[in-house]
Design a protein around this ligand. Structure first.
Ligand code: NAP
Length: 265
């Protein structure tokens, strides 16, 4: 087996938010496979512990678990300081934690909007503010924001989510310009419907509201994707890992769509 010190991300410390399950767990594993020290940050201690155990079983040695709500700036900032204390300066940040509550616009009240903006947009902004100084000091850094096709086009019944993801892409582009000459790239990854709990919840919601079966609801979702399938979270993880490689230094300010051709921006 190749020694960990020979792996391409061995000298990097990656923080992945929402790393207990779904795409975040896959992303953390993909970065650990490339040798990065990985901090798994999220809301739920039990899922984070399971995710950490899977990484350690696969041979990862430097894994830190940090419970925090990314929607609470003070808690998040303290949590990132604890990650840094555990595994050193943070040079990769993957802002993955997200929520996607659905409701018609007139039923999306101010509290729903505030929560979605706090988690899906400001969580990424505050985490970036806390970790960017380490990247600038190292003259090497990677910020990857997990946005969505909903960040590039309109979608019914998720107005707050769409607005937050559009804003996340705007933030990505602006920060990429500020850091372009500093060794730091900032990109967004925009998956279409991906096979995780968020989609499982959406299918249950569609089935409950429309009386359709789960398979019919799934067919209606994959109909948006010209390939006629859900995206696999491992595909998202591999894209993030590539963005974190030295080979991707020229790629910044981009929104990389993984949706089987659904969008061609
Ligand atoms: P998921 O399976 O529901 O996982 C979401 C993760 O985010 C969980 O680990 C969750 O932690 C964490 N999280 C949610 N709110 C948080 C908070 N306030 N603080 C900390 N962690 C929080 O969803 P997913 O599909 O993997 O989604 C990951 C990202 O991809 C999200 O940003 C989502 O918007 C985006 N995305 C998803 C799809 C899709 O179709 N699945 C498509 C495009 C974009 P807990 O375990 O504690 O709940």
């Amino acid at each position: 087996m190749q020694s960990i010190a020979a792996l391409p991300l061995h000298s990097r410390h990656a923080v992945v938010t929402g790393a207990g399950r779904g795409m975040g767990a896959c992303i953390a594993a993909a970065l650990a496979r490339r040798g990065a020290a990985v901090s798994l940050l999220g809301r739920t201690a039990a899922t984070l512990a399971d995710s950490a155990e899977r990484l350690r079983s696969a041979g990862a040695e430097r894994v830190h678990v940090q419970v925090a709500d990314v929607g609470d700036e003070a808690v998040l900032t303290q949590a990132l300081a604890a990650c840094r204390a555990a595994l050193g300066p943070v040079t990769i940040l993957v802002n993955n934690a997200g929520i996607a509550p659905s409701a018609p616009f007139l039923k999306s009240d101010a509290a729903l909007w505030q929560r979605v903006l706090d988690v899906d947009l400001l969580g990424a902004v505050h985490a970036t503010r806390a970790t960017l100084p380490d990247m600038l000091a190292a003259q090497w850094g990677r910020v990857v924001n997990i946005a969505s096709t909903a960040g590039l086009t309109g979608m019914a019944y998720v107005s707050a989510y769409c607005a937050a993801k559009h804003a996340l892409i705007g933030f990505t582009r602006a920060l990429a310009m500020e850091t372009a000459r500093k060794g730091v790239t900032v990109n967004a990854v925009c998956p279409g419907y991906t096979d995780t709990d968020i989609v499982g919840d959406a299918l249950a919601n569609i089935a409950a509201k429309t009386g359709r079966s789960r398979d019919e609801a799934l067919a209606s979702l994959v109909a948006h994707n010209p390939q006629g399938r859900l995206v696999d979270p491992e595909e998202v993880a591999e894209t993030v890992a590539w963005l974190c490689s030295d080979a991707a230094i020229s790629v910044t300010g981009q929104s990389i769509v993984l949706a089987g051709g659904e969008l061609m921006p």
